[in-house]
Design a protein around this ligand. Structure first.
Ligand code: SAH
Length: 346
């Protein structure tokens, strides 16, 4: 069997130093390579001009650099949102989205190729899970977008394809690496992890001493409705999820965002808003409403909630003292909005 090469973009500086030591190179070479990868965003050894050729040749034998190469970039005519179709070293395709806000550029990162969760309204899960992304492949999405636009990325939302908390080690490794002061140094406060509610992983995450925001994809005011649209609800009840969210808030001091996508007639009635307000009352919670984006491959008949229902829903929550925002649906014209990322061949 061919031995797997070391994926050096996934390594910490310490781990990379062990690799250069194995090549009998002085430790400052590891620092140089780390800087090439994570500051200059190099995608190959040939770009690393201040390294001796002998070291590069030696490393190429047993090391690899995993990249995400843009196969297609679509730019929204409405808001300048950019959707990237990336090809990974092994040929798998993933998507990432860059959104421009007044407060800076935000990248929506994928954490897996495909997804195993099966949410009925979402396109990313149609073909099931193919594999987890490595730390380097998550970094590469941000690095490539920054290289392509020449603009700094200041915010990250792990809300692309995949369920981040089922790829726990790589996702937390990615957050540690990209918030490191010797890389892009993106503040952990500007990083959001979105999950459909993997309870043990939320508890574990609450103890990591990370400062990121947790977004919980709730989407229903009771277990019955939740089970009808999200298979994961068979495994964890809303009560268990809220308990885990409370632990997260206690341990990190970070307020939870509850994502709620409104589906016409399914979860957007006044009585649903009343139930939701009851659930969240007394919690330091913030609800983010988003009308569901219809997914053409889904044929489930799910339509976006009507404007009047959205405002009625919103008022009921606000009257109960809950902070509500409405998510802007960026890049809708390029199918870059939430839940629309899907692996299609180029
Ligand atoms: N697996 C994670 C992150 C990926 S999805 C999670 O479940 O949170 C990112 C967000 O988009 C989630 O809140 C998800 O429920 C939502 N979403 C998925 N499909 C959608 C659609 N068609 N319309 C609106 N939001 C959608």
């Amino acid at each position: 069997m061919m031995e797997q090469k070391i994926d050096i973009k996934s390594l910490s500086l310490q781990e990379l130093t062990k690799v250069t030591q194995k090549c009998k190179a002085p430790d400052f070479r590891a620092r140089q390579i780390f800087e090439w990868l994570h500051v200059h965003l190099a995608t190959g050894f040939e770009e690393m001009t201040n390294l001796p050729n002998s070291l590069k040749e030696q490393m190429k034998e047993f090391c690899e650099i995993r990249n995400a190469s843009a196969r297609k970039v679509q730019v929204s005519g409405i808001d300048g949102t950019r959707k990237y179709l990336f090809e990974l070293n092994d040929g798998n395709l993933i998507e990432s989205v860059m959104m421009r806000y007044r407060h800076g550029n935000s990248v929506c990162v994928s954490s897996q190729v495909g997804c195993a969760m099966g949410c009925r309204f979402c396109a990313s899960t149609i073909g099931g899970l193919v594999r987890n992304l490595t730390v380097s492949e998550m970094l590469s999405q941000v690095y490539e977008i920054q290289r392509d636009t020449g603009e700094r990325v200041s915010n990250i939302v792990i809300m692309g394809m995949g369920e981040p908390l089922t790829n726990y080690d790589n996702v937390t490794g990615f957050i540690r690496q990209i918030s490191n002061e010797n890389t892009l140094h993106i503040s952990q406060r500007n990083i959001t992890i979105s999950t459909c509610g993997i309870v043990p992983a939320i508890i574990r995450l609450s103890k990591e001493s990370l400062k990121c925001t947790l977004a919980l994809s709730l989407h229903a005011p009771n277990d019955e409705i939740r089970r009808s649209i999200m298979p994961i609800a068979e495994k964890y009840t809303i009560k268990e999820i809220l308990h885990a969210c409370d632990r997260y808030f206690e341990n990190t001091g970070r307020r939870i965002t509850f994502e709620y996508c409104l589906i016409d007639g399914v979860n957007d009635r006044k009585e649903h808003a009343v139930l939701l307000a009851d659930l969240l009352k007394g919690r330091n919670a913030h609800v983010n409403l988003i009308p569901v984006n219809p997914v053409r491959e889904r044929e489930n008949g799910f339509g976006a909630a009507k404007e009047q229902d959205i405002s009625a829903f919103r008022s009921i929550l606000e009257d109960a003292g809950i902070t509500v925002t409405r998510r802007r649906e960026m890049g809708r014209d390029i199918q870059g909005a939430c839940g629309q990322l899907v692996r299609r061949s180029v």
